[in-house]
Design a protein around this ligand. Sequence first.
Ligand code: ZN
Length: 468
Amino acid sequence: MIHSTRHLARALLIGGLLGGTALAQEFHDRRTVQFPTQVTADNPQRTPAKAREQGFKGTLVLTGGRVFDAVKSQAYAGSVVIQQNKIVSILPAGSTSWPAEATIVDISGKTVMPGLIDMHVHSTYPTPETPADMTVNEGHATLRALRSLQMLLENGITSVRDMSGPLAAPYVISEWLEKDMAPGPRVFAAGHIITGTGGHAADRPLTPIHSAAYTREADGADDWRKAVRETFKMGASHIKIASHFAPDEVKAAVEEAHRLGLKVTCDCETIYTTMAVEAGVDSIEHPLPRTDATIRMMAQKGIASIPTMQVYQGGFDTRGDYAGTASRRFSMASQTNYDVLKKMIAAGVTIGVGTDNIGGAFASTPNIYIADLKFLQKAGYTPAKALIAATRVNAQIMDMGDKLGTLEAGKLADVIVVAGNPDQNLDDLAKVDMVIRNGNIVVQDGRIFMPRHVPNPLPKPSPPEALK
Ligand SMILES: [Zn+2]
């Protein structure tokens, strides 16, 4: 488990709160401040939620195929049993201990595995079809996110971290998808990026996606703290910051976010990565230059990396170099970029998987995702280890390791069936055959499904037949 420094043990005495019994209770973090009967939403904030019927009605069994559970690195023969929105058991081959009325899906010759997670997308960003006057329109942004996210869902990506978008659009799409009100992955939204005035995502040349709708510029430690609180208020699942900043600013932001129970990830480079790592952020996005000492410190402090290799490689392939902007004053090349990844792996840095998928590039799904996994394979990962990074490790980095990322009894039923052996050949990830998200079959036979609504009865009495 990756548990960051924010989980500072604080012993709090609460006396007389529960039926007059004096209790000494130790709160390790905000999430532990709950009672056994309390239901919490399946998001990193774990906000109290009403219990509701959700997922598959009855029992769903996927049987006859290979199980890659992302706990073990070897696939095995077995069956996955789902009830409502939870995995209830993984049965060994030969066992049929499920209810007689269960719905059985034969997955012979296929592999069942946890849904994939993409740690870095911008689902609300404009696509090439977006009219110029709609780039900061929340309604347009929410609908184009829905379209882009469906392309991920079709390809077995059942959760994403959304890493910035305009105004409330990222939070709106997150809330709708959490409630199964549209087909799409779970969206853990950052909302806007917080950066220093003129910093990354607010630097020249200014574009609509670098406007105030997408980016919160902050100056001074107090303002950085305030920006974190504003982002929390809007509904963020995590905080995304970007260089540039001063050491006291990044420290204030990280401290405030952790106190609120949110993780912080940083899109930064060179000296800023060192400052962010010293301040105790939870992860660093992108490959981007950093010193060997900073890489060692990332490993020591358990700070993860989401390298997003392919999007940078795409830039090198088309332009030959990383196009610097006003705030990014360095150059780099394909090999030095890849060397950063190799050094991080050698140092033992936790590596997650994210694509930085954006705009028109969503139409290239799943190729971008597979390409990112192949960078890990090139750097020494087996396909199975790359899949574990894409599922279990990603869930842990998001603080969702207890609910997502593996096939285990009690986990949320985000499950995919692949027509092949992706744990042996990553290209087989292009053959996602079935997607179950929150216990609902949402992709089957090449189509997206939404559960049909159950009609509410009309108020009684007075059917027309009673009238004369
Ligand atoms: Zn990004």
